[in-house]
Design a protein around this ligand. Structure first.
Ligand code: FE2
Length: 301
């Protein structure tokens, strides 16, 4: 067993994303790592994914000996990604109803490796306070630096965190923007390592663009960030839409990799919170309540 293998049953029993289906050619076996375990994945001709543990021993990246494939794992497709579990996953993955709306552009913006824990990356995704400083002149700009009061609830019924009434002035909120606007945000955290953001659509007042981050925990301090876009945009090419999101993420990556400690401290006294951190505080509390230990520094009991 690798030293970094996961012993956290809450995380072992989740579905985790491994790759965008569109980026795995049929008949090709792709190697990846989940929770410290090497996996091989493939997509069958009918679109069904297959995921197995890789043979344990590799030399120069090639299996030694018979090369027999390891144990098959529960796997499925959802939101254009292949998901798998190393434990006993729930029947369903959290719902994103907007994904089924036929007029939306749905794509993986990118799958990017980041040297940070999954919870740190979720917390950064929830944080509006960094917009003017990290995404200057795109998602924020001085002097509009204030994070206004917003609401956060931990829903026991749906087992997710919901932050609503979030508003922020953004010079260039999306590839479809033609100028600055006050943008409404709703954040959902329906999975310990996945978050969904709904933001005002620049082209339709009544609807919201959906951007989700699905984090693949490679190790306790290493992730692959899969970014799902589910947008209202009839103008821009896929390439331009992806480039916009990749630019934003390229600004976040060094910030994420400089986080110290790389694991998220769950002790409420570990880091001094400010008002903008209300959703982060709820997220830490929710992880504590669930008993998550992977990628975090658990609170002392
Ligand atoms: Fe950011």
């Amino acid at each position: 067993m690798p030293e970094d293998s996961c012993k956290d049953p809450v995380i072992l029993n989740q579905w985790h994303p491994l790759a965008a289906v569109a980026e795995v050619p049929v008949g090709t076996v792709v190697e990846t790592v989940l929770l410290g375990i090497r996996l091989s994945l493939a997509v069958m001709a009918d679109g069904t994914p297959a995921v197995r543990r890789s043979p344990a021993e590799l030399r120069d990246g090639r299996p030694i000996g018979t090369g027999a494939l390891g144990q098959a794992l529960p796997s499925r497709e959802a939101y254009g990604y292949i998901w798998a579990s190393l434990g006993t996953p729930p029947v369903d993955i959290f719902d994103i109803p907007e994904y089924r709306e036929a007029d939306r552009r749905r794509m993986n913006a990118a799958s990017i490796g980041v040297h940070v824990s999954a919870p740190r990356a979720i917390e950064n995704f929830l944080d509006m306070g960094h917009f003017p400083y990290v995404h200057t002149d795109i998602l924020g700009a001085e002097p509009h630096t204030e994070v206004k009061e917003y609401d956060v609830e931990i829903s026991m019924e749906r087992d997710e965190i919901l932050a609503t009434r979030c508003r922020f002035f953004q010079p260039m909120a999306a590839a479809t923007s033609d100028g600055g606007a006050d943008v409404d945000y709703v954040y959902r955290v329906p999975h310990p390592f996945c978050a969904v953001l709904y933001k005002s659509s620049p082209v339709d007042d009544a609807r919201r663009d959906v951007i989700a981050v699905f984090l693949q925990p490679v190790g306790q301090e290493r992730v692959r960030t899969h970014m799902l876009l589910c947008l209202l945009d009839e103008v821009n090419e896929d390439k331009a839409i992806k480039r916009f999101q990749q630019t934003i993420f390229g600004q976040d990556k060094p910030i994420l990799e400089n986080q110290f400690p790389k694991r998220l401290p769950l002790d409420p006294r570990a880091e001094t919170p400010i008002r903008a951190d209300k959703s982060a505080i709820a997220y830490r509390r929710w992880l504590s309540q669930k008993g998550v230990t992977y990628g975090v520094i658990p609170a002392a009991t």
